[in-house]
Design a protein around this ligand. Structure first.
Ligand SMILES: [Zn+2]
Length: 211
C-alpha cells in the first residue's frame, strides 16, 4: 500500500491505481490497460470502466449508481461498451506507436473515430458556472454508451492538437506507457521519475560502481 500512496502523491496514478501521467484523458485512457496493484487488464469489466470514469472526474456518483443498476438489467449492452472501448484503445495504442515514430495517423483509425463521433446525439447548452456562463456539449443518451463520449471526444481533440507531435513512449524497455512531453526542455524520457526514471538512475549508478 505504501508504494501506491507515494505514486498517488507524485501524480503517477490516482487513488484507484489508474495512471494519470499521460498529460490528458486520451493518453491516460491509452495507458488504462495497466493498473497499479492489479495483475489483470485495467478495464476488464463494466465496474472497472465506471471506476475509471469516476476516478478521472468524468462521472458523478449518482450517474454511476444509475449505470450500475442499468448493468443489472442489461449486462450485455454494458459489456459491449467495455469491449468496444478496449478494442478502440488497442487501435489507439497502435496509432500512438506510429506517431511516436513519425508516421501519420492511419486513415482507418480516423474513419473509425469519425464514425463513432457521428453516432452521438448531442446538443449545446449554456450553464451557469463558477466563472459566469459556460457552453457545454450535452450527450442525449442515458445508457452506458454515453461513457464513450468524453473519451472519443478527447481522442479526436488530441488528433488535431500539437500534443500529437509531443507524444512519447517511456524509454524503459519493460514499460509501455505513453505521455505528452510537456517538459520545458523537452527532455522527459520516462513515464515518471518515481518509477522508470528512478530505476534507470539506480541501474546507471550500479553500472558505474561495477566499472
Ligand atoms: Zn515507464
Amino acid at each position: 500500500m505504501a508504494r501506491i500512496d507515494a505514486l498517488i502523491k507524485s501524480g503517477v496514478v490516482n487513488k484507484e491505481g489508474f495512471y494519470t501521467l499521460g498529460g490528458r484523458l486520451a493518453i491516460d485512457f491509452a495507458n488504462s490497460y495497466k493498473r497499479v496493484g492489479r495483475e489483470k487488464e485495467g478495464l476488464s469489466n463494466f465496474d472497472d470502466l465506471l471506476i475509471f470514469m469516476k476516478s478521472h472526474s468524468l462521472l458523478h456518483e449518482d450517474e454511476a449508481s444509475d449505470l450500475h443498476m442499468f448493468h443489472f438489467q442489461n449486462p450485455g449492452r454494458c459489456e459491449k461498451v467495455v469491449d468496444t472501448l478496449v478494442e478502440l484503445r488497442n487501435s489507439f495504442r497502435n496509432v500512438l506507436m506510429e506517431v511516436e515514430q513519425g508516421w501519420p495517423v492511419s486513415l482507418d483509425f480516423l474513419e473509425d473515430i469519425n464514425g463513432r463521433l457521428a453516432g452521438f446525439k448531442s446538443y449545446h447548452k449554456v450553464i451557469p458556472s463558477a466563472e459566469g456562463m459556460e457552453l457545454r456539449t450535452i450527450i442525449d443518451e442515458n445508457g452506458p454508451e454515453k461513457l464513450m463520449f468524453p473519451i472519443i471526444h478527447d481522442i479526436a481533440d488530441y488528433l488535431t492538437s500539437e500534443h500529437i507531435e509531443k507524444t512519447r513512449a517511456c524509454a524503459s524497455d519493460d514499460c509501455d506507457l505513453y505521455f505528452v512531453n510537456q517538459s520545458r526542455n523537452g527532455r522527459r524520457r520516462w513515464c515518471s521519475m518515481s518509477t522508470c526514471g528512478n530505476r534507470a538512475k539506480v541501474n546507471a549508478y550500479l553500472k558505474r560502481q561495477e566499472a
